[in-house]
Design a protein around this ligand. Structure first.
Ligand code: MG
Length: 255
């Protein structure tokens, strides 16, 4: 019995001294992050010429998010009316109006949208035809004109921004429509706020597979690495990066 008590005391002391040592231990300071630290340029996805455009109109069980007429399905980030330009069946980013998001929120879904960068687009690298589709309002699938101006591979069109480059690059040139078909599976969280199952996404870009059940590792910030943030259903958000990117034929099916 005495021996047992002694062993427990020794074990307790060892644990206590371990804790003290851990507290005293000095770890190196971390360098401040810059945006360039999370960019990679190689390997570069190969260019692929897509086939003829597939403009699927909405199937009967889809929710039409933009039918070419109005922005009634959308609001700005403050929950006010969305003030992007709507003309000729197309909606276009208005810089001052900021990003917009759907009024409805979604879990897993199939999303179709078409996007367009004008032929006269200007700007360099990430400032050329930049927008983005935020899945559940959190994870950015990049939209950008990297046809005319190279950018880092994990910031190209159809990249999971700053995470996963597209498998290939079937982008069409400015002045032509591009099509995204996105199949997204929402994450499941543990009670402690970490992922039990990470979000996953499959993307067809102009009919070509570019993300194949890709695991999303967390948020998609410009500076820094992915962070895991617990969330429930969320909107589809379209980014205003200040560039006049246009959209048409947007519909979604809940899964
Ligand atoms: Mg973007």
């Amino acid at each position: 019995m005495k021996q047992k008590v002694f062993l427990i005391l020794v074990a307790g002391f060892m644990l206590f001294s371990g804790a003290v040592q851990a507290q005293d231990k000095k770890y190196p300071e971390q360098e401040p992050m810059t945006h360039a630290m999370s960019e990679f340029w190689l390997p570069r996805p190969n260019a692929v010429t897509p086939g003829s455009i597939v403009t699927n109109t909405a199937p009967s069980d889809a929710i039409v998010l933009f039918n070419g007429k109005d922005l009634s399905a959308w609001q700005n980030m403050k929950g006010e009316a969305a003030r992007w330009d709507v003309h000729h069946g197309v909606m276009t980013v208005v810089r001052e109006a900021g990003s917009i998001r759907t009024k409805e929120e979604f879990g897993s879904f199939q999303l179709h949208l078409e996007w367009y960068v004008p032929r006269a687009a200007s700007g360099e690298k990430q400032s050329r035809g930049n927008s983005g589709v935020y899945l559940q309002g959190i994870y950015e699938l990049q939209i950008i004109d990297d046809y005319s101006e190279e950018t880092y591979a994990n910031g190209m069109a159809a990249s999971i921004y700053k995470q996963t480059a597209p498998l290939v690059s079937p982008i069409r040139k400015p002045g032509e429509w591009n099509v995204y078909d996105i199949i997204y599976t929402a994450p499941v969280f543990k009670e402690d706020g970490t992922y039990l199952y990470r979000p996953r996404v499959t993307v067809l870009f102009n009919g070509v597979l570019v993300q194949n059940n890709t695991e999303i590792r967390g948020t998609t910030p410009y500076v820094g690495f992915p962070r895991v943030v617990k969330h429930g259903d969320g909107p589809i958000m379209l980014q205003s990066h200040g560039d006049p990117v246009s959209f048409r034929n947007i519909w979604i099916r809940r899964l």
